[in-house]
Ligand binder design. Structure first.
Ligand SMILES: Nc1ncnc2c1ncn2[C@@H]1O[C@H](COP(=O)(O)OP(=O)(O)OP(=O)(O)O)[C@@H](O)[C@H]1O
Ligand SMILES: [Mg+2]
Length: 384
C-alpha cells in the first residue's frame, strides 16, 4: 500500500552537513599521522642515544625499551584498526540501513517494515519508529475506511432524495389538479367552508410541489449534467439577470457588476448560483430600492466573488444556519421562499471545489446589507 509521498527531508545545516563517516575518516587520518610522527621521533631519539656509546647495561636497557615500544606501537595500531572496523560494522552500517528503510517509508511505501538488530540503541530506536509507523498506518486505514463509508452512505442518501423527490412529483401533481377540478366542477354545490378546505388542500399540494422541485434541483447538483469547463462567469450572471428580470423590475433594483473573470464551471449551475444570490439580495430588501453589486478578485489561483446588497442584513449569529436546507429566518407570509436557495448555492460551490460564506463585515453600508463571498477555480491558461 502506498499513500502520497512525503516532501523530501530537510537538508542539515552547519557542521551537521558532514556525514558521520567522514568525521571518523578525518579523525583516523589525523591520529595515524600523529602516530607515525611519534614512532619516527622515538626511533630517532633511540638512535641518538645509541650514538652516545652508553655503558653496556644502559645499551641493553635501551634495547629492551626499544622492543617494548615496538610492541606498544603494534598494539596501538591493531587497536586503532579494530576500532575503525567496530565503528563501521556496529554503528555506520546499521545507521545506513535504518536510513534507507526510513527513506523508503517516507517515499510513500508505508507497509515497509523498519528494523535493525544491532547495536542495542539503534535496535530500540528502530523498533519505536516501526511501532509509530504501524500505529499511524492503522489510524490512517480506519480514517480512510470511515471516509469510504461516509461517501457511500452520502451517495445513497443523495440517491434516495433524488428518487423520492422525482417519484413524488407525479402523484402530487394528480392531487393538486384533481382537487382543482373538483372545485371547478362542483363550484355551485359547494358551500364556503368546503371551498376554503379545497383552497387549503390545493395550497398545501402546491407548496409541496415547490419543495419537491427544490429538493430535486438540490439533489441533481453533481449528478445530472453540470459538466465543468472553462467559461465566462459574466455569461452566467447575464442569464441569471434575464431570469430575474421581472422581480428586478418590480423591486426597482439596480444590479451592477465589476469585471467578471473566466472560471472553470458548469454554466447551468453557476447561473443557478448567481440567480439565487441576486434573488435573495432583491427579495430581502429594506425601505430603499435594492442596490446589488457583484465583483470578483483573484486570490491564490482562485477567483473570490462577492454579492453585496443594501437590504435587511443577516444577524451574524445565523451565519451558519442560513446555509442549511429549509432553514429560513422569516415567516413565509413576510418573505416567500422554501429556504433551499443558499443550501443549493453552497452545494454548487462545493461541487466546484470552492467555498461560500457570509461576510461577517457588511462594512460600507454601516452594518446594514449583506455580503456573500465565494471562490471558484480560475480557468486554465490553455483554454482561452
Ligand atoms: N441577501 C440577504 N439578505 C438578508 N437575508 C438573507 C439574504 N440572503 C439570505 N437571507 C436569509 O437566509 C435565509 C435562507 O436563504 P435561502 O435563499 O436559503 O432561502 P429563501 O430565500 O428564504 O428561500 P428560497 O431561496 O428557497 O426561495 C433567508 O430566509 C433569509 O432569512
Ligand atoms: Mg433564496
Amino acid at each position: 500500500m502506498s499513500i502520497n509521498p512525503l516532501p523530501p527531508a530537510k537538508p542539515p545545516t552547519g557542521v551537521g552537513r558532514v556525514p558521520i563517516a567522514r568525521w571518523f575518516v578525518f579523525a583516523g587520518a589525523a591520529t595515524a599521522v600523529a602516530f607515525l610522527a611519534g614512532v619516527a621521533l622515538i626511533m630517532l631519539m633511540i638512535a641518538q642515544a645509541r650514538e652516545l656509546a652508553p655503558k653496556p647495561e644502559v645499551a641493553a636497557q635501551i634495547d629492551r625499551l626499544n622492543v617494548a615500544l615496538v610492541v606498544l606501537f603494534v598494539v596501538i595500531l591493531v587497536a586503532g584498526v579494530a576500532l575503525a572496523f567496530i565503528v563501521r560494522f556496529t554503528v555506520l552500517d546499521p545507521i545506513a540501513r535504518l536510513t534507507e528503510q526510513v527513506r523508503t517509508v517516507a517515499g510513500g511505501d508505508f507497509d515497509h517494515r523498519l528494523g535493525v538488530e544491532r547495536p542495542a540503541e539503534l535496535a530500540e530506536l528502530s523498533s519505536h519508529i516501526d511501532s509509530m509507523r504501524r500505529r499511524i498506518l492503522s489510524a490512517w486505514r480506519t480514517a480512510s475506511d470511515q471516509a469510504d463509508e461516509l461517501r457511500r452512505s452520502n451517495g445513497e442518501l443523495e440517491q434516495f432524495a433524488y428518487v423520492a423527490s422525482h417519484d413524488l412529483q407525479e402523484p402530487l401533481r394528480k392531487v393538486a389538479s384533481f382537487t382543482q377540478m373538483l372545485e371547478q366542477r362542483y363550484e355551485n354545490e359547494l358551500d364556503d367552508r368546503a371551498r376554503q378546505y379545497i383552497h387549503y388542500a390545493v395550497d398545501g399540494a402546491k407548496r409541496m410541489q415547490l419543495l419537491i422541485n427544490d429538493l430535486l434541483d438540490f439533489s441533481r447538483v453533481g449528478r445530472v449534467g453540470g459538466e465543468k469547463a472553462p467559461m465566462d462567469s459574466g455569461v452566467a450572471v447575464r442569464a441569471a439577470l434575464d431570469n430575474l428580470s421581472a422581480a428586478i423590475e418590480d423591486a426597482g433594483a439596480t444590479v451592477t457588476t465589476g469585471e467578471l473573470p473566466r472560471v472553470t464551471g458548469s454554466p447551468s449551475q453557476l447561473t443557478q448560483l448567481f440567480q439565487n444570490l441576486i434573488e435573495n439580495a432583491v427579495k430581502f430588501r429594506g425601505d430603499e430600492p435594492p442596490q446589488v453589486r457583484i465583483e470578483a478578485v483573484e486570490r491564490d489561483g482562485m477567483w473570490e466573488f462577492s454579492c453585496s446588497d443594501n437590504g435587511i442584513g443577516v444577524d451574524p449569529k445565523y451565519a451558519d444556519r442560513i446555509f442549511l436546507i429549509f432553514q429560513r429566518l422569516h415567516p413565509r407570509d413576510v418573505y416567500a421562499g422554501t429556504g433551499i436557495g443558499l443550501a443549493l448555492c453552497r452545494k454548487i460551490v462545493d461541487y466546484h471545489g470552492g467555498r461560500l460564506w457570509l461576510d461577517g463585515d457588511s462594512g460600507e453600508t454601516g452594518g446594514r446589507g449583506t455580503t456573500f463571498r465565494w471562490t471558484l477555480p480560475a480557468a486554465g491558461d490553455d483554454d482561452a
